[in-house]
Design a protein around this ligand. Structure first.
Ligand SMILES: *[C@@H]1O[C@H](CO)[C@@H](O)[C@H](O)[C@H]1NC(C)=O
Ligand SMILES: *[C@@H]1O[C@H](CO)[C@@H](O)[C@H](O)[C@H]1NC(C)=O
Length: 529
């Protein structure tokens, strides 16, 4: 079994739970302030184009208890520090916003496999997108890892462990209630996210408390092969967590015992759990083992399965919530370069071992019998090991399910757009030096972050063009317009790439018809309980 923990780190992980940092300082405005629920909040001028950044506490929560709305806006730290006190929203407000000039809101959920990441991770400065698009960016933090998803069995809410989902709902309620305080327009509130942040939005399709709280969604690089955890899977994870060596010998018979544990003890046990869980529990995502649990009051059904099988089970109404879904051209390039840090000679024994570890031997065998589509070539030179693995996992976990899901969303009455990033900016964790796979025209997972936020360091003119293309399209979409040059995907749009917008220009990858989801099934189809 491949140890995937370093992969999690390679996919953009930073602090487990972080307070937002003050970020970079590029003052243009002499002062930033707004009135939040009657109190004056000071902000920081951010970016070259005059955007004010405010960090606001939206909730307070005891460990593994539901969060309560914050009664004061808080006093955020000025550096990224790990803390369980993490329920903050960072607002990026274009300074020309006035009380009569309300602007659309993009509420953003960062990724990091549900267990890592923060709003102060590299590239997540929303000032460029806010200025470029004339929108308010509201970056929401939520509880991560075991703290957000896996209370112990003695916790009062053990049977409905979805603290992360409920944190996001509280943050949305706060933004909606306070819209006038920051010149936002809650009727044009889009929810966007990348990686597990996008998966959380997909989970909200099945959350009764999420209904009518947002009008559109932007899902970037959601690993769509994976559904959410069944209650049985969560029970197995909980037992495995409690048996971690760093917790052994401790008295943990009461909830109070668990609440008194130090954060570092919990995070050590969490790290050990994530490193070993996929070897002992079937059907866990590559890197996102600690995820929302369905079959609960918060999330009654797995919404992925509902969309395809029983759309009437969905809590949100697809006809009322527009969807924009994207993948990068080479999502799994970071995985391929983690497994083989440099180009290696063709070796089918080695290749099959990796594919079986990632997908199980049955699917690996089927893929190896697929001929030129996904089988490792028997001869040839160059980077064929990495490029074949990358294409297989990119198609199977991201590109092809995105298109099939878009068909299903359109069939349920929804308006949906599909894009593929054909260009990007290499994210720091994807850059491993002269043998990098994720360089040049290869656009790996998280290489969409800098251009989406308009935060690329020292951008070239081509990157500025890309950033402008994205902010224009995202803003049109949030404003309930069709992004210029995009065509809505329909229930009969094919999988070849017609009606998929190449973000950055050029052609997009193609998916075989009737293959993924049928000949080779997705995880959510295989692991149903
Ligand atoms: C708003 O302010 C009032 C008065 O200070 C306070 O009682 C209330 O808890 C605040 N509400 C929120 C959601 O911050
Ligand atoms: C191919 O990989 C296997 C398993 O990693 C290894 O044992 C074998 O020596 C490799 N063969 C060649 C020719 O490199």
């Amino acid at each position: 079994m491949v140890n995937l923990l370093p992969l999690v780190l390679a996919l953009g992980a930073t602090a487990a739970v972080a307070r937002p940092s003050a970020g970079r300082l590029a003052p243009r405005q002499s002062s930033c302030s707004l009135t939040w629920n009657g109190s004056t909040i000071s902000g920081t001028p951010d970016g070259p184009d005059g955007v004010c950044r405010y960090t606001i506490r939206y909730g307070t929560a005891a460990r593994w208890a539901n969060a309560a709305a914050a009664t004061s806006a808080g006093n955020p730290l000025t550096s990224a520090t790990q803390s369980e006190d993490c329920l903050y929203i960072t607002l990026y407000v274009p300074v020309d916003a006035t009380s009569t000039d309300r602007q659309p809101i993009l509420a953003w959920l960062h990724g990091g496999a549900y267990s890592y990441g923060s709003d102060s991770a590299a590239g997540f400065d929303g000032a460029g997108l806010a200025a470029n698009g004339g929108i308010i960016v509201a970056a929401i933090q939520y509880r991560l890892g075991v703290l957000g998803n896996l209370p112990p069995s003695v916790a009062p809410l053990a049977s409905d462990p979805n603290f992360a989902l409920r944190d996001v709902i509280l943050a949305l309620d706060t933004l909606r209630a306070r819209e006038l305080d920051f010149h936002g327009d809650k009727d044009l509130l889009s929810l966007g996210g990348q990686d597990s942040g996008a998966s959380i939005i997909r989970a909200l399709w099945g959350v009764p408390a999420a209904v009518d709280k947002f009008s559109s969604m932007i899902l970037q690089s959601d690993p769509l092969s994976y559904g959410f955890a069944s209650a049985a899977t969560t029970t197995s994870l909980r037992s495995l967590f409690a048996s971690q060596p760093s917790l052994s010998g401790l008295t943990l018979s009461t909830f109070a015992n668990w609440q008194a544990l130090s954060l570092s003890t919990l995070l050590t046990a969490q790290g050990d759990l994530l490193a070993s869980a996929s070897a002992s529990i079937a059907g866990l995502p590559l890197t996102g083992a600690l995820r929302p649990t369905w079959g609960t009051t918060t999330l009654p059904h797995d919404p992925t399965r509902s969309l395809f099988n029983t759309p009437s089970e969905l809590e949100i109404d697809p006809t009322a919530v527009r969807l924009l879904i994207t993948n990068t051209k080479n999502e799994a390039g970071g995985l391929a370069q983690y497994i083989w840090p440099e180009s290696v000679t063709l070796n089918s024994t080695r290749y099959n071992g990796v594919l079986s570890a990632l997908l199980g031997s049955s699917r690996a065998t089927t893929l190896q019998a697929s001929g030129s589509t996904y089988a490792l070539p028997t001869s040839g030179s160059g980077d064929l090991m990495r490029s074949t693995l990358e294409k297989t996992i990119t198609d199977g976990a991201w590109r092809c399910p995105a298109r099939t899901l878009a068909q299903a969303y359109a069939a349920a009455g929804g308006t949906v757009f599909v894009g593929e990033f054909t260009k990007g900016v290499t994210y720091p964790t994807n850059s491993i030096g002269s043998t990098s796979y994720c360089t040049g025209s290869v656009v790996c997972h998280t290489d969409d972050i800098y251009p989406t936020f308009g935060s690329s360091p020292s951008p070239s003119s081509a990157t500025i063009t890309l950033q402008n293309e994205i902010s224009a399209a995202w803003t049109d979409f949030i404003n309930e317009l069709t992004p210029s040059g995009w065509t809505a995907f329909t229930s009969t749009s094919g999988l070849s790439g017609t009606n998929v917008k190449g973000i950055g220009g050029g052609s997009v990858g193609s998916c075989p018809s009737s293959y993924w989801g049928s000949t080779v099934q997705w995880d959510w189809q295989i692991y149903t309980t």
